[in-house]
Design a protein around this ligand. Sequence first.
Ligand SMILES: [Zn+2]
Length: 196
Amino acid sequence: MGKLREYMIPFTGLGIGKHTYEFDIDKKFFDVYGTELIHSGQIKVVLDLSKSANMLLLEFSHSGVFDTECDRCLNNIQMPIEGKNRVVVKFGTESGDESEEIVVLPTEAHEIDVAPLIYEFIGITVPYRRVPEECDETDRYCDAEIGNRLSGIILTGDEEDDEIIEPEPDPRWQKLKGLLDDSKENKDNKNNSKKK
Ligand SMILES: [Zn+2]
């Protein structure tokens, strides 16, 4: 796996106290670190690094949008994403101390690659259901054409509701119907459909 140099933070040269970093995550980032969950987007990451004598506190927050497909209509959409996470970096050799919130680096380490942490923290906030608000009602879709077709199917397939509104006949279907009728030349008079 390749690495992006800009995510390597050389902490040994930093003074005690807080240091803030900002990263703009886009397609380039996911191309390097993995596209399983997100392949592209625009996500801003702010990292507050607090250095003390023997440890580092890393506080990450991210917000932005990522590119995906709508679960309902497969339209290309952008979904919002955001989250906050913190990690304590300790130094030593004992590995029993490691957990999700604690990273142990060797005593001689002088820099930390925050890209895998950012990747993980963005990854855990990817919504399972990817449907934008404007699409998230039964009769509204982000892809209008698919929406019309689907709601037509739903309306004609539902016999229980008395208030069924017949969908507008699609001119293409009317034309097709006309062609079918033409092929049944002699039965033409039994049909009321208008030919084009
Ligand atoms: Zn949609």
